[in-house]
Structures are given as C-alpha cells and as structure tokens.
Design a protein around this ligand. Structure first.
Ligand SMILES: [Zn+2]
Length: 432
C-alpha cells in the first residue's frame, strides 16, 4: 500500500488536473463513471506531444520502421489465435455477503470489506465483447481489441510486401485498446480504455537476443529525453513466473510512481509464437524469404509496448513541485501544452493591443496562452506555473518605449528583457 504522503501527492495531481484542464472525470455531470477519464484542453495537447515524439522517434527518424493504423474490431478468430479467448483471464472471486468482486490474487480468504466468505475462483475474460450488426447472437460476437499488437502481426505480410522492407524491420502503431480490468485505478494509470504505442520489430531468430538489448537501451533513452529524472526510472526483468507464455525474455521499463514502482512499457522477445499461431489459425503463409541467404523462416518479434496514459501520468508526477508560494509543473518545454503565456501588465495604455499582436505572431510558431485578466500579473504567472507553461512574456510601460518585453522563466522565475522581434528565435532556442 502507498504511504499517506504519497496518496496525498496523487490527490494533489488529480485536483490540479481538474483545475487546470488536464484531465476531467468522464461524464462528470452524471456523477462520473468508474475509472474513465477525459483529457481537457491542456491534457490533449500534452498527450499529442507525447505521441508525436514517440512517432517521430519510432518512424519518422528511422528508415526501418513503418506505421500502421488498424481497426479496433478485428475478426474474432484473431483472438483465438493470439490466445486471448482462452487465456486472457483474471481469477475472480465474489463476496457471498456484500457481493463485491475481487481478483483472487489481491485478497486473502475473507472479503477485505465486510469479512464475508468468498466464492470459488472463476476465470474472468478481460476482453470487452459486443455484437456486429443488428442481431445479438453468438455468431456475430466480436471483441474490442485488448492490444494493438495483433493488428500488426496479421498485417506483417501486407506491410512487408508494400514497403519492400527487409528484415530486420519494424511496424509501429498508436491506438486505443480495451481491457475489462477487475481492479482499475490510480487515476489514469490503469483504466479499462487506454491508448498504446506499440512497435513490433521482426528479426532473424538468432539475432533476437541482440535486438532485445538494443531496443531496451533505445527506449530508456527516449524516456530520459522526455526530461524524466533518471532516479525514477529503472528496468525490471521478468522472472520465470512473470514471463508471459509467448515470451522468451522480457523487461519492463518502470517508473517510481507515488504508489510504487510500476510498468510503463514492456520490451519482450516474443519469439515466433505470434506469427506461428496466425499461420496455424489462418492457414496463410506468413514466413519470410530472405534473398542473399536464400533462406525462408518465421521471424522472431521484439516488442516495445508503451502506455500513452501512464506516460502522461509519469510526466505530471515527475514535473509536480511545490514551493512556498506556488505549485509548479516543471514539464519539459518540449512537452508543455503552452510554450508561453502572454500578459499585458495592466489592461490599459495600449498594453493589451501590443500583447495581442505578440500572441498572434507567436501563435504561428508555438502554442501560446494570452491572459489579460485584471489582477496582479503575479497571479497570472502562478496559474501558468501550475499549468506547466515554461515562459511568461509581459508587456509593460517600457515595452511602449523600446519594444522590449519581460521574458520570465517558470523554473527559477528569473527575468530578462528581450526585443519583441527576437522572441520567436529566443523561445525556439530555449525549447531546444
Ligand atoms: Zn464483502
């Protein structure tokens, strides 16, 4: 269990998210719905920035990885082949007295709430089911995908043939997945609907161990480049018991959340398990012919599977800081939803007009926030500190004389004067 102080930190982050428009409880006017959350104006920008950085690192900046965007509803036999229909289950027990439901591995022999007796263990499948078409019957049962990976495997030959990639190469996808978790929780960390950033890298079987190590290093580097504190990141290697049935060797990238070290991303050597299963179930040949060696083989797969929502939560937790007079979100400027806040010192003497002009000019380069609300500029600074906006630009009486503004740094609150004409270059340089 998390310590009181840490629960407190999560509580503060949840409340900041609501207050500043990062994350709202879903369907709030109807009382909300368990573990469903909506990303507000700032949350959606932060989320996009995270996904864009991933997409850029995994596809745009490399010539060996292709992108893909598969449908959420797939042929139900995909999930038979993948093993999800049979094996994607949690052990479930019910309390006979208060009827609450628990994961068997998370409770002792009595109900943790009322002390009531528990039922026998049943296997509960975590896939969301629905029906395709107007008739609700077993024949048109379909599932919402529990992972994006399978869409990549079933398209392996399509992508390989059209892109003319040669092994080793990868396929990347960002998209929503759904798991009917018995115990979701910890804000946006574990939700039933979530977004994944997955990349599956196809290699010669004997090269799989080497590629696993390479991807392990690559992915850790990516987290550090988000500005995350190194002490809060680590690898966890799966023990024999933890290894998924399909994997030969697996690591997790973990982050030290207020509720403990938790998985951000799995980096697994999935062997040829998935492609072989799809070959068996579909009857289609998904093997690969390598020119040169003139060999035909079923590739091994190195998977890197990250969660968008938990990456975003990590960024918020890592950035959250309290000082004597303010709360400050020290987000990396590259990730911050707004790059700058623009403030006329007072709402007269032509200052708002100049400030608006600056905002208009900057907007074609960065996302900025204009705020001429009356009241002290200090209060407006504090609001942007909480929102994670790295720079503040203030138009004051000196601006009207020499066309300079104050540029304030969120982190150390230092201020310099910059020519209006130099703002775009200066901020661009600071963001890096
Ligand atoms: Zn009970």
């Amino acid at each position: 269990m998390a310590k009181q102080g840490n629960n407190d930190k999560m509580g503060k982050i949840v409340s900041l998210c609501k207050r500043r428009g990062y994350v709202f409880p879903s369907s709030e006017i109807y009382g909300g719905i368990a573990s469903c959350w909506d990303y507000g104006p700032l949350g959606v920008e932060l989320k996009r920035n995270i996904k864009e950085r991933w997409w850029k690192a995994m596809t745009l900046s490399r010539d060996d990885i292709e992108g893909l965007d598969c449908s959420i509803i797939m042929h139900p036999r995909v999930w038979e082949a993948s093993g999800h229909v049979e094996g994607f289950t949690d052990p479930l027990v019910d309390c006979k007295k208060c009827k609450q439901r628990f994961r068997e591995d998370e409770v002792k022999d009595k109900c943790p709430d009322c002390g009531g007796e528990l039922t026998e263990v049943r296997r509960f499948n975590l896939m969301f089911k629905t029906h395709m078409g107007p008739v609700v019957e077993e024949a048109n049962l379909v599932y919402l995908r529990p992972e994006t990976a399978q869409g990549i495997y079933v398209n392996f030959s399509n992508v390989q043939a059209t892109s003319r990639q040669k092994i080793p190469f990868g396929i990347a996808q960002i998209g929503k997945s759904f798991r009917n978790e018995i115990t979701p929780g910890n804000f946006i960390f574990r939700t039933r609907e979530f977004e994944q950033m997955e990349m599956q890298y196809f290699v010669r079987p004997e090269e799989a161990p080497e590629w696993l190590e390479k991807w392990k290093e690559e992915r850790m580097k990516w987290y550090k480049e988000l500005g995350i504190k190194e002490d809060n990141l680590r690898f966890h290697q799966h023990t024999e018991e933890e290894l998924p049935h399909y994997a030969a060797k697996a690591y997790d990238v973990q982050y030290k959340f207020p509720f403990g070290w938790q998985e951000l991303e799995g980096i697994h050597n999935r062997t040829d398990y998935d492609l072989k299963r799809h070959i068996q179930h579909s009857g289609k040949d998904l093997s690969y012919f390598e020119t040169g060696s003139e060999e035909r083989f079923v590739p091994y797969i190195i998977e890197t599977s990250a969660g968008v929502d938990r990456t975003l939560l990590m960024c918020l937790v890592d950035a959250y800081d309290e000082e004597e007079n303010r709360v400050v979100l020290r987000l990396s400027p590259r990730l911050a939803p707004y790059k700058a806040g623009i403030f006329p010192l007072v709402k007269r003497d032509g200052m708002p007009e100049v400030a608006r002009e600056i905002a208009k000019e900057l907007r074609s380069h960065f996302r900025v926030f204009y705020d001429d609300e009356t009241g002290s500029v200090g209060r407006r600074y504090r609001r942007q500190d909480e929102a994670g906006t790295p720079y503040g630009i203030t138009v004051d009486s000196q601006t009207l004389k020499d066309d300079t503004v104050t540029l304030r740094d969120r982190d150390d609150m230092s201020q310099i004067r910059v020519k209006i004409d130099d703002l775009v270059g200066k901020i661009g340089e600071l963001i890096g």
